[in-house]
Design a protein around this ligand. Structure first.
Ligand code: PLP
Length: 384
């Protein structure tokens, strides 16, 4: 949902719902099961996806969050999971069978890569990893048995993009399902379903929850595709979201567009500051005018968040000293909360691919001047 006015109204408004006595915030239905006055009514409920029987299948608090996320992403149906990886595993497993093949972007989130490139081999499902910026490479990797194109745009260390419209039409013409991990952009800044992508997955642990106090994931798409994985991977593997978590994430969503505006303003300021430093070799941030895919970024995203990275030489000890000297930026891997974070990471980037180390920064909600001052002090302390 890229229209900012629609976004603010959507997260703030649920409509009146008599089933919850008009409660403005959907109550936490802290119950594992629902009971019925008769066998006949229980049997009717069990056959109806819209009613509540057992909380591993359906729970009203979780359902309210699913409906809101489907609305924000422009999908017919959403299902929530215990974590982002729960959502990713379910979406991938529902898309492929033994003997079939996946094409996946080589910079996808590590555990998602490990699922496809490692774990699924024991089920005889094979994966080819490609540089997702190169549509010809994506096309060349497709085989007759390819059933899934797995994308993550932008990627979350070097912030490379895939052309989502062109990937969707390439895959659709060949009967291949597409999945996009949209965690970086959030529904505020990118809606892959509108480009013809089949399923969107998110780690709700990041921006959607927004307060570093809850883990969750979601799959959004057509009713048919999402209900199919809901009957199998969700219920059988059981990685379901708890109602308490759904309430926390719903609370986070209420301020998501507001927070994204501030993360973006901070991200832009920090990226521009880093870009101005003579000892910084490269800044990776899709909103920066020097980003090599800037045109594509503006064609498919309406904004950028607070996550970015930079490279500054290959002296690892000096980079470690820099990260250790930071004060506002706490040292940690995740992102999407209120607090700024830093980590030193390695990955393959460039063309041809080479192993590179980068400092990843997550710009939280603190004052920009404090954060830039913190970075300047740490650079000095580390001897840059
Ligand atoms: C881009 C991306 N996708 C998915 C995940 C997995 O989410 P979770 O940790 O909620 O399982 C992460 C977690 O860091 C992530 O960064």
């Amino acid at each position: 949902m890229n229209d900012p006015r629609a976004l603010h109204s959507s997260v703030a408004h649920d409509g009146h719902d008599d089933r919850h006595y008009g409660a403005v915030h959907t109550p936490i239905y802290d119950t594992s099961l629902f009971t019925f006055p008769s066998v006949a009514s229980m049997e009717r409920a069990a056959a109806d996806e819209g009613t509540y029987v057992y909380s591993r299948g359906n729970n009203p608090t979780v359902r309210a969050l699913e409906n809101k996320l489907a609305e924000l992403e422009g999908g017919e149906r959403a299902r929530c999971f215990a974590t982002g990886m729960g959502a990713i595993s379910a979406a991938v497993l529902s898309s492929v069978r033994a003997g079939e093949h996946i094409v996946c972007v080589d910079q996808a989130y590590g555990p998602a890569r490990e699922l496809m490139g490692g774990y699924l081999r024991r089920l005889e499902i094979w994966t080819t990893f490609v540089d997702g910026r190169d549509l010809a490479a994506v096309e060349a990797a497709i085989r007759p048995e390819t059933k899934l194109l797995y994308l993550e745009s932008p990627t979350s260390l070097f912030f490379e993009l895939q052309d989502l419209r062109r990937c969707a039409s390439l895959a659709r013409a060949r009967g291949i399902r597409t999945i996009v991990d949209n965690t970086y952009a959030t529904p505020c800044h990118q809606n892959p379903l509108a480009f013809g992508i089949d399923l969107v997955v998110h780690s709700l642990t990041k921006y959607a929850g927004g307060h570093s106090d809850a883990m969750g994931g979601v799959v959004v798409g057509s009713a048919a595709a999402v209900e199919a994985l809901s009957r199998s991977e969700l219920v059988l593997l059981g990685s379901v979201m708890l109602p308490q978590t759904a309430a926390l994430i719903m609370r986070g969503l209420r301020t998501l567009p507001l927070r994204m505006e501030r993360h973006q303003a901070g991200g832009m300021a920090v990226a521009a500051y880093l870009d101005s430093l003579p000892f910084v070799d490269r800044v990776h941030y899709p909103g920066l005018s020097s980003h090599p895919q800037l045109e594509l970024a503006h064609a498919q995203m309406s904004g950028f968040g607070g996550l970015l990275s930079f490279e500054a030489g290959d002296d690892r000890e000096r980079l470690v000293r820099f990260v250790d000297a930071l004060d506002y930026f706490r040292i940690g891997f995740s992102w999407g909360g209120y607090e700024s974070l830093a980590s030193l990471q390695e990955g393959r980037a460039g063309s041809p691919r080479t192993r590179r180390q980068a400092v990843r920064l997550y710009v939280g909600l603190e004052e920009r001047e404090d954060l830039i001052g913190d970075l300047a002090n740490a650079f000095r302390a580390a001897g840059f």
